[in-house]
Write a protein that binds this ligand. Structure first.
Ligand code: NAG
Ligand code: NAG
Ligand code: NAG
Ligand code: NAG
Length: 435
């Protein structure tokens, strides 16, 4: 059953580029000061930056189908976040900054923490093991040069998503000894980053992963929202808490496929189809953010809870067998285009909601599908993964076109949700959400 108001399965606002009707303005003449007490997405547009835009433009150039070509051009016109994961990536900011008009905001995903050695089998970060920097140099060699650029380009607005990969490793403690380092690192490095990047022309969101990781019933796994609320609060308080001027809240669903508000939400193979809420109460990201809110309250935390939701790949639901099917899903489709009209509409209904953003670059690989290839992970050649796919971060024309094609009104594959389930033997007569 899908509620009437189910944004995440709509290809919203086709043809409505957010700055429609306005001439692109030149870079601001004066230093930008973003007000983190307000939802900046009602006045700023995420910039379609010049690092990924050429890929989309080139991809559009070789698409024959005119409808698809039009969609590809739209992607090139839609803002996405630029991923900063290495020192080389930092140099991309210098290029990306060159054509950001006043009124646009350059989005950066800051993802340079080391979390090597946590758990061999975890499925979120192929190739991360051993390839990341040492935590001691995180502030000096990674965060500081980014902060310097943000200060240097003070006439430009920046939106930051902080470290979307690490949180699951952090809360695996004390269940996995290997993760102790991740927790120590999180608690020391994240506050350093939040503090150093707390500059007037930024707005900052600390990543809170998504419902599939953290909506769980507390007596089932370590991944319940109270643990998350605690970790987020510790990091935020150590950074100065309410003294942080530009801190706004959390990012959710980054690189994932979850819906914002599909109700009752997806259920998966290893859950009960009848009463999946017994296992994971979140089901969709709106519910997850609400649960986080309750958890913050329960621990008396005043962590500011405004959320941006990555809608890049949330266009089609029920495309996974398991929550953990994270890699290059072959049935995924583009989610709602983050138009101003859409932000207004959803923000009006949900005060915790700031914006839909496209945080995931469209058509770039999550990891190679080639068994044994560099950074290969089994999830990238599973039965729901697009094959063949190149190495993590490389562009795939075929996957790009697949995402475009699926954005066109395909509502659900009916895969997972209600089709299988109940495999753990829990059968209830009613749904757990009380409806
Ligand atoms: C920021 O926005 C809040 C809420 O609208 C407002 O009360 C405050 O005066 C603004 N701050 C500045 C510096 O403009
Ligand atoms: C698109 O055009 C190219 C070159 O003309 C052709 O080789 C290719 O088969 C076409 N693809 C489709 C999907 O029609
Ligand atoms: C995907 O990754 C998860 C988590 O590491 C793992 O449990 C699962 O077995 C993997 N799936 C496949 C098809 O390898
Ligand atoms: C939260 O604050 C209330 C009221 O001050 C207090 O009674 C309660 O024990 C606190 N809870 C926690 C978890 O600190």
């Amino acid at each position: 059953m899908i509620t009437a108001f189910c944004l995440t399965v709509l290809w919203a606002g086709v043809g409505a580029f957010p700055s429609k009707g306005e001439q692109p303005l030149a870079a601001c003449a004066e230093p930008v000061a973003l007000n983190a007490s307000t939802n900046i997405w009602l006045s700023y547009t995420l910039h379609p930056h010049s690092i990924y835009r050429p890929y989309y433009a080139a991809a559009a150039g070789i698409v024959n189908d005119t409808v698809l070509k039009d969609k590809a051009i739209k992607v090139a016109e839609t803002g996405t976040f630029l991923w900063i994961e290495s020192n080389d990536d930092i140099l991309k900011i210098d290029q990306a900054i060159q054509d950001v008009p006043c009124g646009n905001v350059l989005g950066l995903v800051i993802n340079g923490l080391s979390h090597a050695g946590c758990d061999e089998t975890i499925g979120e970060t192929p190739g991360a093991k051993g390839t990341k920097r040492q935590s001691e140099s995180y502030l000096e060699s990674f965060i500081a040069p980014i902060a310097r650029r943000i200060q240097q380009y003070q006439n430009t607005a920046f939106a930051l998503i902080i470290e979307p990969d690490i949180l699951p490793f952090v809360v695996r403690n004390p269940y996995y000894k290997e993760c102790t380092t991740s927790q120590l690192e999180y608690r020391s490095s994240i506050p350093q980053a939040l503090k150093a990047l707390d500059l007037p022309n930024t707005i900052t969101y600390l990543d809170a992963k998504h419902a599939g990781w953290f909506g769980w019933n507390p007596n089932r796994t370590p991944y319940d929202t109270k643990n998350i609320a605690r970790e987020l609060t510790v990091a935020w308080e150590r950074a100065g808490g309410a003294a942080l001027k530009q801190f706004r809240g959390v990012s959710v669903n980054v690189k994932s496929y979850n819906s914002w508000d599909m109700s009752p939400g997806e259920a998966f193979r290893d859950e009960s189809a009848v009463c999946a809420d017994l296992f994971n109460k979140a089901r969709n990201e709106q519910r997850y953010v609400a649960l986080l809110g309750q958890s913050f309250k329960a621990i008396n935390s005043t962590f500011p809870l405004h959320a941006i939701f990555d809608s890049s790949r949330s266009g089609v639901q029920s495309i996974r067998q398991y929550w953990h099917d994270w890699c290059n899903n072959k049935w995924a489709g583009l989610g709602p285009r983050p138009t101003l009209e859409l932000q207004r509409r959803v923000h009006a209904r949900d005060p915790n909601f700031d914006a839909f953003v496209w945080a995931t670059p469209v058509g770039f690989s999550d990891g190679t599908s080639e068994v044994g290839g560099l950074g290969w992970h089994a999830n990238c050649s599973s039965e729901v993964a697009y094959i063949p796919m190149p190495e993590k971060g490389a562009f795939s024309q075929n996957y790009f076109e697949t995402l475009l094609r699926s954005s066109r009104g395909v509502k659900s594959r009916g895969f997972g949700n209600g089709v299988v389930g109940g495999e753990q033997g829990v059968k209830l007569e009613r749904r757990c959400d009380g409806k």
